[in-house]
Design a protein around this ligand. Structure first.
Ligand code: FAD
Length: 336
């Protein structure tokens, strides 16, 4: 079979927030390669001529976004813990995790009363990044990667030659594609906890100001969800009186997205939050996880020697906040 070869310097895997921030630093001879249909956690849903975020994301400080030329506003943050923190943390713990000390749970602001939210929504930010970063983008499935030959074989037979790989896709996925370096099986160490995230836009009786967010952290068995987040965000004239309600549910066993969405209305009712005049309701699954036992192992070094580097939360050995992602990319890209 005749295979088309294409040679590039930096192959950026994942059309993610991290990938775009990275590419914005150095545009020379790079290519984005992403799986068709896979999206960033920052991608949103189309609604009322704009997009709304699928995931509630807050910042501890505004400076990190300012470094990308984006402004944030301060919001009052109220955190209400119902039940025990230990049982809440247990809901977050990954199967097979040895030290569940630093997990996604720790990204959630708990103690402080002020957090920041970008003036634009996150989905507008990622659109802006994609439009302003002029790097060719290819959406195709990767069959295998030969890190010794420095080639990537795509479904359909096309071959890409690269000098280095910068990856923000889940590590298990990348490692499962590597051939000839004995790392193929390592993805079996992947621990994950699927998360259902529902967004409901409707009217509620609670008074929520435009610069306010209320987070109910549910550390009780009675509540299946782990967090209910109430946030007012004016999308258009129609939604002025509406609240954005995110409900986060860790899944221990398979469950239907629609079923969880329906259950979430009763979870909210249990909390005393009655939702009326719903104008939007949708759920999606976030596969949150990480490879166990890999951090600071000899594999790190081996991957470094093979010119494969990881960026972003999926690529790192730990769960990273957006600010940490930006800081790491801006401080290390010169050395990459
Ligand atoms: C519920 C939730 C709440 C969060 N809250 C906060 C917060 O309050 N503050 C904060 O600073 N950060 C928060 N984060 C983290 C924040 O979302 C990330 O830092 C941000 O999305 C940037 O991540 P990234 O660029 O590394 O990954 P992303 O932009 O999500 O991209 C990852 C890449 O991997 C690819 N990918 C993923 N899965 C697959 C797959 N199965 N197959 C193929 N490709 C795949 C995607 O297409 C994408 O290209 C939160 C995350 C979640 C999920």
């Amino acid at each position: 079979m005749l295979r088309k070869r294409r040679k590039i310097k930096t192959l950026i895997l994942g059309d993610s927030f991290s990938g775009n921030v990275y590419a914005a630093q150095d545009l020379s001879n790079s290519l984005f390669l992403s799986w068709p249909g896979s999206t960033s956690a920052l991608d949103g849903w189309g609604f009322a001529d704009t997009c709304i975020d699928r995931t509630p994301i807050f910042l501890e400080e505004p400076d990190c976004l300012r470094r990308l030329g984006l402004e944030s506003s301060e919001i009052d943050y109220e955190y209400v813990l119902i039940g025990e923190e230990a049982s809440l943390k247990d809901k977050f713990s990954l199967r097979g995790e040895e030290t569940p000390d630093y997990t996604w749970y720790d990204l959630f602001p708990r103690t402080y009363s002020k957090v920041y939210k970008p003036v634009l929504s996150w989905c507008q930010i990622i659109k802006l990044l994609r439009n302003s970063v002029e790097v060719p983008r290819l959406y195709a499935n990767v069959t295998s990667i030969d890190p010794k030959e420095k080639t990537v074989l795509l479904e359909g037979g096309a071959l890409i030659e690269y000098e280095e790989i910068v990856s923000s896709i889940p590590q298990d996925l990348l490692l499962s594609r590597l051939r000839g370096v004995g790392l193929e099986g390592i993805h079996e160490n992947y621990a994950y906890l699927p998360y259902n995230i529902s967004l409901i836009i409707g009217k509620i009786d609670q008074r929520i100001g435009e610069n306010e967010v209320v987070v109910y952290a549910l550390g009780r068995k009675r509540y299946v969800a782990s967090h209910a987040i109430l946030l007012k965000s004016v999308i258009d004239a129609v939604t002025k009186e509406h609240a954005l309600i995110y409900v986060l549910t860790p899944l221990r066993r398979g469950a239907d997205k629609t079923e969880i969405l329906v259950k979430n209305f009763s979870e909210l009712k249990n909390l005393g939050i009655k939702v009326r005049e719903v104008v939007f309701a949708r759920s999606y699954l976030e596969k949150y996880g990480r490879i166990l036992k890999l951090g600071r192992s000899p594999y790190d070094e081996l991957l470094g020697e093979l010119n494969i580097r990881f960026i972003g939360r999926y690529g790192s050995w730990e769960e990273l906040s957006i600010c940490n992602i930006i800081k790491k990319i801006l401080s290390t890209h010169k050395r990459l």
